[in-house]
Design a binder for this molecule. Sequence first.
Ligand code: IVH
Length: 711
Amino acid sequence: MSSPHRLIAVDALTLEDAANEHAALAVEIGHHRERYYNKADPEISDADYDKLEQRLAAIEAHFPELVTADSPTQTVGAAPSSGFGKVKHAVPMLSLSNAFEDVDVSDFVGRIRRFLNLSDDTPVSFVAEPKIDGLSLSLRYEKGRLVQAATRGDGAEGEDVTANVRTIRDIPHELAAPFPDLVEVRGEVYMTRADFLDLNRAQAEKNDKIFANPRNAAAGSLRQLDSSITASRPLRFFAYAWGALSEPLGATQWESRQRLADFGFTLSSPSELCTGAEALLAYYRMIGQQRPTLPFDIDGVVYKVDSLALQERLGFISRSPRWATAHKYPAEQATTRLKAISIQVGRTGALTPVAELEPVNVGGVVVSRATLHNKDEIERKDIRVGDLVIVQRAGDVIPQIVGFVPEQRPADAVPFAFPDCCPECGSMAVREEGEVVTRCTGGLICPAQAVERLRHFVSRNAFDIEGLGIERIQLFFEQGRIKQPADIFTLEAREEQRLDRLISMTGFGKKSVEKLFAAIEARRTIALDRFIFALGIRQIGEATAKLLAKAYRTAENWRDRMVAAAAERADKRDEKKPELVGEAYAELCAIEQIGISVADDLTDFFREQHNLDAVAALLAQVTVEEYVPPAAATTSPVAGKTVVFTGTLTTMGRSEAKAKAEALGAKVAGSVSAKTDYVIVGADAGSKAAKAQELGVTILSEEEWAALIAG
Ligand code: IVH
């Protein structure tokens, strides 16, 4: 413990001090991990090492903006990933969508039925099984022998952990015959509760690292560079899926699971075959009751469509299958004192009340701040400063305050007075009709919004400009050097003549300024989806940005179509049917997953002149790459064609037809125009078929369409 400022309480640190200390700690911890894991020659006691980690965690809990993907807190005390080779997954390892409430489950089943266009009397069966929160693993068997084991990593590429995996007893080195030539078995590595407690007891006796929860213990144990350490840890594995295969394992999920068991794997159990939403919910409740007495921690159950043929038809959306979902159990909770309520101004101007808490451990993570959502929530829950509050953490979301303990309320506690002006710029804060959020009206003059927008713009999944962190953005903004995104790209040209002044005014070294300019230059060319995401438009996250990029292909085309849609919408604000608003607006709403609410946020953005100016200024500085569709989508017979489906389709659902056409590179439009290439007519087709005839557009029956795309 070398640096003196560690003696300062975390909540007394300024953001700047915290950032400096955070960086120093990360280096220090990295150094000690290298000594411990790779050199097996630690320089400090484990207790002292743990103090470093605890201090880092406390700083991150208080300043969540300092958490980076490579922070030691995100790598679970394990060896640096550089120690492992990389493995590209032949079939990507995806994640699952989530359901929390009963209605989410009936929605899930309903969505599947609609997508497949199933009649009311056609049952859909699901495999239901527990979801253990561990680490997913892909095991490759060639001719029955285990040849490679890889972690999920980012889904496309993981780490080669073959040597360690060979030490896990539940994982056969050779499959029991008969088996396909090639099979990739996927499942979860985990630790039972009893083994986890035993391990921690033994660790404590040896003065060794204590793990916060079974998941961390499993992760830390698997990602050891020394396999003998992994071998000494009680890891287990259950199989639930597969990747690449040389031949199918069965016709259903249930049969395929049975094959995995026959190969010698343990399955996730107790599992059941359920038909319909009611049966799924009954299973959920049954497992919920067993949850406290199961030998392992579970965070939910997983439902998967049983028929593999239906799974195939349902396919994927973003990073998860349409045919499966994870139904989660309620989150872990703890109680602590509410010290104060502060107000944060987000990049869209939303005023969010934040609970400042006495730090408390919630399911293995120290929490000192939690969201109170909005004014109504505070009132509804009657939360007051001084209360003993109940904090909960669910998965990756920001911790929340769910209530308070009435018996513990101090006599002098008063209701919270929500501010009616922005704490950042003093502009009026208002709540629009029907909205729950209170927003600052300061727009671009509000530093919180401008700085937040810029920060989002340069963040990792947007423009990803290295060396342009929040403090530099703040400084450049205050000095008037960067006011909007385009300014980032003109910074060097503007400062070239007076570099010395820049250096003296910012306190950066010459090297660091040069590095920053190089980092900016490196991002002058960017993918369309990142460009869209970077603009920070309300509700436009990465997944939606990708969908937009796919649909509109170039930045200019996207911008022009959005402007057109905005103009259409301006005249028809309250119209609920997209096709009655206008062609560009309907085209936008026809993109799967984009509804009126998202479309309105997009068109609101494009109606503001200052946004149009900012986008134009930016486009003058950067090159946005055209979206290039995957190979199938450029070589198929319908690639680049515009098609319209109309009438009742009999062989597939409307969404399925659309997804299929889009996967083949066709553009699916909602209305027929001279630009339409094909109109596919189902039963009872009406005006669209007539319009197609009138315009001389090729009309196809469902069968003709099927023959066309079959090549
Ligand atoms: S199926 C294509 N089944 O949960 C989907 N996943 O939140 C493959 N998990 O990445 C996943 N238990 O690590 C599936 N019975 C189970 C599971 C399970 C745990 C994990 C898995 C996955 C994550 C998604």
